[in-house]
Design a protein around this ligand. Structure first.
Ligand code: CP
Ligand code: NVA
Length: 306
């Protein structure tokens, strides 16, 4: 069997992503009914973190336990990874001792080099360029609340970062539109985003215009992990890119608000929107668990009949 990795959103086909949404729903329903479901008994997930995490670590670790397997946490500080062992060697060794690997790191190239040397599937748990597991959960959340996302418009306000790039890839795959508004100098770079074209997104200099008529408004921190040196400069540049009630008022009347979290109220989003009635951020965070359980099950067992 060829190994399937999930290093960026477009590594899976539209059909596979839609299958994952179906499985996530089934797995979530079973979990809510407290049904034991252990398809990954005796399987081991290794989680490698080179950046901080709450949600990603917790959802992968809890998810693997709930599916009957075990999860092992490694970080750069107290493994040989932080002491210069080549990523290719780490890929060879780690993948001989487990069934699945999740990595959160800096450049996308690192997960690609690891995966090229891995005997087991590798999942991107966030890189500078992409955050595919987040968007899997976000779209699953949208579907739960509003039905299919095909043909809908998502407004992305703020930095054209890893989460934004992944929304753009998902838009191409699942056929919806993204309106992106960034400050000057922070625009989307289609090549870095790994896009096939520019048909599924439009850039707006005015965030209000990007939000107009959108079915979902979403944002993220102004400064992503690894870019802390740019913090002061970014705070000035992004000051007008705060999702507020006025932006939500020009979106579709039933528009949702999402944020991958952690959020900074008063920076990229006001407390009023973050904690308001259109916000589904807690469902979104919870769905990391269910969506990733579906992903791990699929990467290890393939398609299941029930
Ligand atoms: N959204 C997200 O990936 O959160 P963590 O950084 O806490 O994992
Ligand atoms: N764009 C953010 C997402 C954190 C989950 C970062 O990379 O830090």
């Amino acid at each position: 069997m060829t190994i399937k990795h999930f290093l960026q959103f477009k590594d899976l086909t539209r059909e596979e992503i839609e299958y994952l949404f179906l499985r996530a729903r089934i797995i979530k329903e079973r979990f809510k009914r407290y049904e034991t479901y252990h398809p990954l008994a005796d399987r081991t997930l290794v989680m490698i973190f080179e950046k901080a995490s709450t949600r990603t670590r917790l959802s992968f670790e809890a998810g693997m336990h709930q599916l009957g397997g075990a999860a092992i946490y490694l970080n750069t500080r107290d493994s040989q990874l932080g002491r210069g062992e080549p990523v290719e060697d780490a890929g060879q060794v780690i993948s001989r001792m487990c069934d699945l690997v999740m990595i959160r790191t800096f450049e996308q190239e690192i997960v690609e080099r690891f995966a090229a040397n891995s005997r087991v599937p590798v999942i991107n748990g966030l890189t500078n360029e992409y955050h595919p597991c987040q968007i899997l959960a976000d779209i699953f959340t949208f579907i739960e609340h509003r039905g299919p996302i095909t043909g809908k418009t998502v407004a992305w306000i703020g930095d054209s970062n890893n989460v934004c790039n992944t929304w753009l890839q998902a838009a191409e795959l699942l056929d919806f539109n993204v309106h992106v508004s960034t400050p000057p100098g922070y625009e989307v770079e289609p090549e870095r985003a790994g896009l096939f074209g520019t048909d599924h997104f439009e850039q707006f200099s005015d965030p209000m215009e990007a939000c107009r008529g959108a079915h979902l408004v979403t944002t993220d921190v102004w400064t992503s992990m690894g870019f802390e040196a740019e913090n002061d400069e970014r705070r000035k540049a992004f000051a007008d890119w705060c999702v507020d009630a006025e932006m939500m008022s020009v979106a579709a009347p039933d528009a949702l608000f999402m944020h991958c979290l952690p959020a900074h109220r008063g920076e990229e989003v006001t407390a009023e929107v973050m904690d308001g009635p259109q916000s589904v951020v807690w469902d979104e965070a919870e769905n990391r668990l269910h969506a990733q359980k579906a992903l791990m099950e699929y990467l290890l067992l393939g398609r299941l009949a029930s």
